[in-house]
Design a protein around this ligand. Sequence first.
Ligand code: ADP
Length: 395
Amino acid sequence: MDLSTLSTLHAVFLELQEKPDWRAALDALFVSLRGSFVFDNVAIYLEDPRTKGLDVVYARAVGRGKTAEADAAWGQSLANEVILKGKMILREPTPVTGKTGRLGLAHLLAIPMYVGSKLNSALVFIRFGGPEYSELHMEIASLQAFWAAALIERRDLQQARSELNSVQRQMRLQDDFVSTISHELRTPLGFIKGYSTSLLREDTVWDIATQREFLTIIDEEADRLTRLIEDMLESARLQSKTLQFKFSPIRIDALVRDVAMRINVHHPDLQITFDFQPLPPIRGDGTRLSQVFENLFSNAIKYAPKSPIAIYMRPVGNKIRVTFSDQGEGIPQDYLPFVFERFYRVPGERTVTGTGLGLYICKQIIMAHHGNIWVESVVGEGSTFIIELPVEPMH
Ligand code: ADP
């Protein structure tokens, strides 16, 4: 290898170091060396530790001939062979069926790669037409394989790190949850205990109206406890995928109107407007879908007090799109990606009680319907929850 090749390599490696994304780094690795080493397609094959089959983890077409991903199968058998033998294979030129001229002459070069200290991967180049691969080409290709293996390891490391971060966040949320839930359980219990003790006092006689008032509070607080416990059980069942769904044809517009009517019984001042286009029925679990909308209403009442609620429904392609908007304080952008996570509550001043389970439950229910739910929000203007449910019958 001469000095000018070395300095080219040096420049390329310096460039790679700064690429945060492994794919972009691989692109740079192959493209910037094309001056010294010409090829048409390149692919990296990596053994799946579970199935032992080879997956294409990277493919790129830089030259003429084929498109990268669609045809990445071209190197598969050679990659297998290289991993088996543990050494470079040069195959010149194999005739390609159906192709004539230059494209009929495929020069293949495959190099074994060690990812995570295991011989489990291969880098394969293809070039259509001459010249043949020289000694220098092979040296460059080996260096590229070595560097590519390091980049794939970097990818694995990044994936592992992001999984770890998400587990750590989940654990932190779980810790917060224990303190939230003990507070949430204690508050209604405190009311129930306080008012029943008062009613039982032998030194005091309560008039009928006061007795009723105390009993109503006890009744409402007991309901709140029940809801809380149901939410916890439900979220645990959803998490472990043991919640059973009963699907039947549902008119989602009628379902939402029903839920709204029930909400209005308890909150007569809540203004709800509907704007529905004619919609086909969907297959769904009515009880669970009602629960989703009950949660959205209850959040709007908690986090956007006094705000009117507007509900739109439209068919969009083969889906029904429901938007549920309030004009409350909204949710800051930074927190939006997390609100559907289990136990997550937007940090900040906590005057409103909650467990962080409501939206998690909504999302799991919608996903069980093969639908999608997300939120858009502008601070100071309000929040809009969007739900899409497929119209197609589900199996
Ligand atoms: P909880 O209400 O028990 O805290 P949720 O999962 O229902 O849990 O909601 C998660 C978080 O999302 C809430 O803590 C709240 O900060 C935010 N949020 C939900 N709905 C709204 C809304 N309509 N307006 C503003 N913030 C909301």
